[in-house]
Design a protein around this ligand. Structure first.
Ligand code: 48H
Length: 256
């Protein structure tokens, strides 16, 4: 016999138990796209308590869509070993250019991050940060459906030692901090410099170079790095996103 109420209790209790344990963590990552999932995997694998909030129903951000909805992604030579780490199969299209199925890549990143121990909450968005002693000390979250319905429902706060902005092109967390800190980001202008037009070669290097702290205890990775520090976009090549996720994890491991 299958009891509906047991199913309800199983879902509510296990979800809430995990959510309660996530109120305080080492690292909160905003965004479950390729850079956020990659960072979450490397950090969780080393035993850090990682919490990822993803606004959308599904993980992967811009990755599953590949290039113009052709579900393939390209990764360059320097990031090939990260594909191997995630057991993502690829074929060499031309010397130094590897092609992978975007759905396999997305599924592998999500699977490995979860199995490494990252706690991932979809359908929850970060709408603000907590700042104490001029340092980011956590995030303020709400249901994505509350944002979509424009209901006035107060959010709740989750604390962490560091926060990673992996929200992609809109670099939402950095923008919130910029606005509320009066333009005190660790960028040349103190503000979000803004993403520039496409130049894949420059962009891919820029992403990795600018994967760093953008405000005390707030790191940026992936496309958010380009937007915050003023770099170009690169189109559907994802090596920089993966290398950036790995780099931000390594930087944070040195710090905490
Ligand atoms: C919770 C949020 C919030 C929020 C957004 O866009 P993404 O895939 O980001 P990256 O940096 O990992 O990868 C970028 C890549 O997909 C891409 O767009 C490329 C390579 N573009 C090149 C080009 O030229 O266009 O993922 C970000 C995720 C998404 O899933 C959002 O839903 C989520 O973050 N998100 N989650 N709270 N406030 N804002």
């Amino acid at each position: 016999m299958i009891e509906e109420t047991v199913i309800s209790k199983a879902i509510v209790q296990t979800y809430l138990n995990e959510l309660l344990e996530s109120v305080e963590s080492d690292i909160i990552i905003g965004g479950g796209g390729p850079s956020g999932l990659c960072a979450g995997y490397y950090l969780a694998k080393k035993g850090y308590k990682v919490v990822i909030f993803e606004r959308a129903l599904k993980l992967g951000g811009g990755m599953p869509g590949g290039g113009i909805m052709f579900n393939r992604i390209v990764v360059q030579e320097g990031a090939r070993e990260i594909l191997d780490e995630f057991d993502i199969r690829c074929q060499e299209y031309q010397s130094g250019y590897f092609v992978a199925h975007s759905l396999e890549a997305t599924a592998a990143l999500a699977d490995k991050a979860l199995k490494a121990g990252a706690r991932i909450y979809n359908l929850i968005m970060i709408e603000d940060v907590m700042v104490k002693d001029k340092r980011v000390s956590g995030v303020v979250i709400n249901w994505s459906s509350v944002e979509m319905s424009k209901l006035h429902v107060d959010p709740i706060a989750f604390q962490s030692k560091v926060v990673i902005d992996a929200t992609g092109h809109p670099c939402e967390i950095a923008r919130i901090v910029e606005k509320k800190s009066g333009g005190n980001l660790l960028t040349p202008s103190g503000k979000v410099e803004g993403e520039k037009s496409m130049c894949a070669e420059v962009a891919e290097q820029f992403t990795v170079r600018n994967t760093k702290e953008a405000f005390p205890n707030l790191y940026v990775c992936g496309m958010a790095s380009n937007a915050v520090f003023g770099g170009p976009r690169m189109g559907p090549i994802f090596g920089g996103m993966l290398l950036s996720g790995k780099k931000v994890a390594e930087l944070i491991m040195k710090k905490i």
